[in-house]
Design a protein around this ligand. Structure first.
Ligand SMILES: *[C@@H]1O[C@H](CO)[C@@H](O)[C@H](O)[C@H]1NC(C)=O
Ligand SMILES: *[C@@H]1O[C@H](CO)[C@@H](O)[C@H](O)[C@H]1NC(C)=O
Length: 297
């Protein structure tokens, strides 16, 4: 590239993104967010452009991830700069850094497990930043997507909408011997099959007696996923269809080549959205605009 062209490009870049030249808000750890029986770390990103009464997005990392790595590798923080919402990044306390989606404690509302710590982060941030309780969202990838389904089941009162990128149904990873943070190969390999009614009962038993609103759910999966086999997509759709009283095999709308060529979007009213791409494996990309549209941000 010619030097003059390089300088022109650089000038254009600086003009387009003046924030590159200024110090910007950074990821901060919060140590006093309330009861934290599992020693789960909380990090928060409050953009310089934070709005009053802001929305909150909880962004939950994959195995071997950290709050810092997920902050850097996903689009949620730069979108927070644009849209003025707050992002909470929980960090797993377990070796291997997956989240606990297997113990009885984490699969129970108020059970003192990993999910309880994350719920307490939300309660803390709502108060501290006078955030909007009607616009609290959670997104997760892989282990974070498994946790997304668990959070929607255990703390439905906290969230307006939840997105799971490459996860498994809530309760699918349960440990028969009540181990914390256990791997469940039967579920991972796509060999747990339930009716929508049975899956709905798994959800309802995590918070018995709850009759309030439940979060809208968006389930994203690649059909060539060999880590959390793609059958888990169908089972997760069955789970939430069961909870909402919908027919999992009869979406009201099917949109081909949406959000991108080769992907298909399935809509059951506004409550449930499935996004499936048969050729992608476990690392199916996060399409930020599609997430934002579902969350209404
Ligand atoms: C794996 O999860 C299923 C429920 O999805 C459960 O029936 C099974 O016992 C679990 N396996 C282990 C080894 O805990
Ligand atoms: C799961 O759902 C996808 C998308 O609707 C479909 O293409 C696939 O055949 C389903 N898989 C099974 C095992 O039902």
């Amino acid at each position: 590239m010619k030097l003059s062209l390089l300088l022109t490009s650089l000038a254009a870049l600086c003009h387009a993104a003046p924030s590159l030249l200024q110090p910007r808000a950074s990821l901060q750890q919060v140590t006093n967010y309330g009861s934290n029986p599992t020693n789960t770390k909380m990090y928060i990103y409050v953009p310089d452009s934070v709005k009053s009464n802001p929305a909150i997005v909880v962004a939950v990392h994959h195995c071997q991830g950290t709050a810092q790595s997920f902050f850097g590798s996903t689009p949620y923080a730069s979108l927070a700069d644009q849209k003025g919402y707050i992002v909470i990044y929980p960090e797993s306390p377990y070796s291997g850094t997956c989240f606990d989606v297997s113990s009885k404690a984490t699969l129970t509302h108020g059970g003192g497990g990993n999910s309880n710590s994350i719920a307490n982060m939300v309660t803390y941030a709502l108060q501290k930043y006078a955030a909007d309780p009607k616009r609290v969202f959670l997104v997760g990838a892989s282990s974070g997507a498994m946790m997304a389904n668990v959070m929607a089941a255990t703390y439905p009162e906290l969230f307006n909408a939840v997105i799971a990128h490459s996860g498994v149904p809530a309760g699918c990873f349960m440990s028969a011997s009540n181990q914390v943070n256990a791997w469940n190969g039967t579920c991972a390999n796509g060999n747990v099959h339930n009716t929508p009614e049975a899956w709905a009962n798994v959800v309802k038993n995590m918070y018995p007696g709850y009759t309030g609103a439940r979060p809208r759910m968006m389930i994203v999966h690649g059909g060539a996923d060999t880590t959390l086999q793609s059958r888990n997509y169908n089972e997760t759709i069955a789970q939430w269809a069961g909870v909402f009283g919908l027919n999992p095999t009869a979406p009201q709308q099917v949109k081909g080549n949406t959000p991108q060529s080769g992907w298909t979007t399935y809509l059951w009213g506004t409550q449930l959205k499935g996004v499936y791409e048969p050729r992608y494996g476990h690392n199916i990309p996060i399409i930020a605009a599609d997430d934002m549209e579902f969350l209404g941000l």
